[in-house]
Design a protein around this ligand. Sequence first.
Ligand SMILES: Cc1cc2nc3c(=O)[nH]c(=O)nc-3n(C[C@H](O)[C@H](O)[C@H](O)COP(=O)(O)OP(=O)(O)OC[C@H]3O[C@@H](n4cnc5c(N)ncnc54)[C@H](O)[C@@H]3O)c2cc1C
Length: 251
Amino acid sequence: MARTAVSRRLGGGPLRWRAARLTDRRIESEAARTLVFEVPGWPGHVAGQHLDVRLTAEDGYSTQRSYSVASAAEDENVELTVQRVSDGEVSPYLLDDLALGDLVELRGPVGGWFVWRPEQTEPVLLVGGGSGLVPLMAMVRTRRAVGSRTPFRLVYSVRSPEYQLFASELRRGDPGLDKTYVYTRSAPPESPRPPGRVTASDLSSAGWPPDFEPTCYVCGSTGFVEKAAGLLVALGHHPGRIRTERFGPSG
Ligand SMILES: Cc1cc2nc3c(=O)[nH]c(=O)nc-3n(C[C@H](O)[C@H](O)[C@H](O)COP(=O)(O)OP(=O)(O)OC[C@H]3O[C@@H](n4cnc5c(N)ncnc54)[C@H](O)[C@@H]3O)c2cc1C
């Protein structure tokens, strides 16, 4: 009896593992897919949060990884956009082996700092590297879904056009969202800048002046986040207004 009461109390919270069924998948780029899950009892999320995915093999071996929620906070399904790490254990499985109708377990949402809420009215600078665009896209989608006019600027650093996530959706455009692409290895002919890593000049010309007191969200590999956040501080942005999320090894 006491046990039932405890499990009921824990039942609605983010720490509980929930069964999630894959209902759709979309190609996002050469190396990434969006996976759409139906998750009965999902408590909802705030844009920028992530969750844990747990996979369990028939022999009982189990492993888990974190993924940002890509969908708008308003969406009832949970969308994850997973980029392949070619020698990885989990991302190739999610991209190649998980079939429509299959179940995984999800736990979350997690995170209360790297989030954007529609009540925020200050300008926003989003700085994403590679798959680090995913939680930033949840913020863009949430802003669109609620009809927010909060000014957003996005600086997206990506290897080459084939690796660009959410390309057609971003191309359609959102009023009040300015986008700048920084290609690190090969740039399309019309790109105003040669390929190379993000610089202070990129963040200064495509971002906000520090005097505007924007909230800056920086997400990507550990190396990318440290570099970009360091450049923002050097440009005069207050460290307390720079929120970061690291996806893993440097690169
Ligand atoms: C909070 C959070 C949110 C995340 N959100 C996303 C997301 O939305 N989309 C997404 O695709 N990934 C996301 N990740 C990364 C994800 O959790 C996994 O690390 C990634 O999918 C690789 O897992 P794997 O099992 O395929 O590789 P592993 O088997 O864990 O690693 C294989 C090799 O790749 C290296 N490696 C591990 N992770 C990365 C990485 N991210 N980049 C480059 N090399 C890596 C390892 O050092 C190792 O050498 C997020 C991570 C965190 C912490």
